[in-house]
Structure formats: structure tokens, C-alpha cells
Design a protein around this ligand. Structure first.
Ligand SMILES: [Fe+2]
Ligand SMILES: [Fe+2]
Length: 149
């Protein structure tokens, strides 16, 4: 995968991630907490967890992170940070999906905990994706900068 192709794939992937994250953010902020809300919340959390798991795997195995390191070896530390964050987020998403799957509308502390965790995960994800976008742009810009030299 060359840098241009990598950037295109990442842009599309990140648009999908943003739209699924936005759907979850909106539902999480919704009220009142009914049996329907809880069922839909559980469904969305599972969908979000599954989608991110595939997204992270694609970034690691599909060549994006490898491409960044090959093009700019000095970014290897940032790539390691990103991989570590994938692992951490996968664990937190599994725990959240587990708790969300057992929620009842009456269990206020658990509902509150899940909502807080969704907010924290969305913030961590936004920061993570921004670093990835930044790395892609760094590689692309330096590619463009070296054309003809
Ligand atoms: Fe990632
Ligand atoms: Fe990503």
C-alpha cells in the first residue's frame, strides 16, 4: 500500500468510525431511560465494540501502521502508542459491552456508569484518531515534499 492509498483508506475508515460514534453519543445522551433505551443502548455498544475491533485490526494488519513506520521510521514510538491504545480500548469496550448487556432501566448507578464510560471512551477515541490522522498527513506531506528531489 503506498502512502496515497493508505490515506484514502484511512479517511473512509475514520468517517465510518465518526458516524457510528456520533450515533452512540446521541443515544447515550437521550432520555428517559426505558427498557427500549436500555435494549438499544446494548445493541449500539456491541456494534461500536465490534466495529472498533475490526477497525483496529485493519490498522494493524491491513498495512496502515506498517506503512507509516516504513515511510517514517522516526514515528515508530507514536505507532507503538497507537497499538497500546487499541489494546486498552478493546478491553474497555469489552467491559462496557458486558455491563451494557446486563443493564436494567431501574439500575441507576450502572446506567450512569455506562454513560460516563461511553463519554470517556469517545473522548479517548477522538484523541487517538486525531493522532492517526496527524501521522497520515505527516507521511503524505513529506512524500509530496520529496517529489522531484
Ligand atoms: Fe487506531
Ligand atoms: Fe483509526
Amino acid at each position: 500500500m503506498d502512502a496515497q492509498e493508505m490515506a484514502r483508506v484511512m479517511r473512509e475508515e475514520h468517517e465510518q468510525v465518526r458516524s457510528i460514534a456520533e450515533e452512540l453519543r446521541r443515544h447515550t445522551a437521550d432520555a428517559p431511560i426505558t427498557a427500549e433505551w436500555v435494549a438499544e443502548f446494548g445493541r449500539q455498544v456491541r456494534q461500536f465494540r465490534d466495529h472498533l475491533r475490526s477497525h483496529f485490526a485493519l490498522e494493524e494488519q491491513g498495512g496502515y501502521l506498517t506503512c507509516v513506520v516504513e515511510e517514517r521510521p522516526q514515528l515508530a514510538d507514536d505507532v507503538e502508542t497507537l497499538k497500546r491504545q487499541h489494546e486498552e480500548m478493546n478491553l474497555r469496550l469489552d467491559a462496557l459491552a458486558h455491563e451494557a448487556g446486563a443493564l436494567t432501566p431501574e439500575n441507576d448507578p450502572a446506567v450512569a456508569r455506562c454513560r460516563t464510560e461511553v463519554g470517556a471512551l469517545l473522548a479517548a477515541l477522538a484523541e487517538h484518531e486525531a493522532l492517526e490522522d496527524h501521522l497520515v498527513l505527516t507521511v503524505l506531506n513529506e512524500d509530496v515534499g520529496t517529489i522531484g528531489h
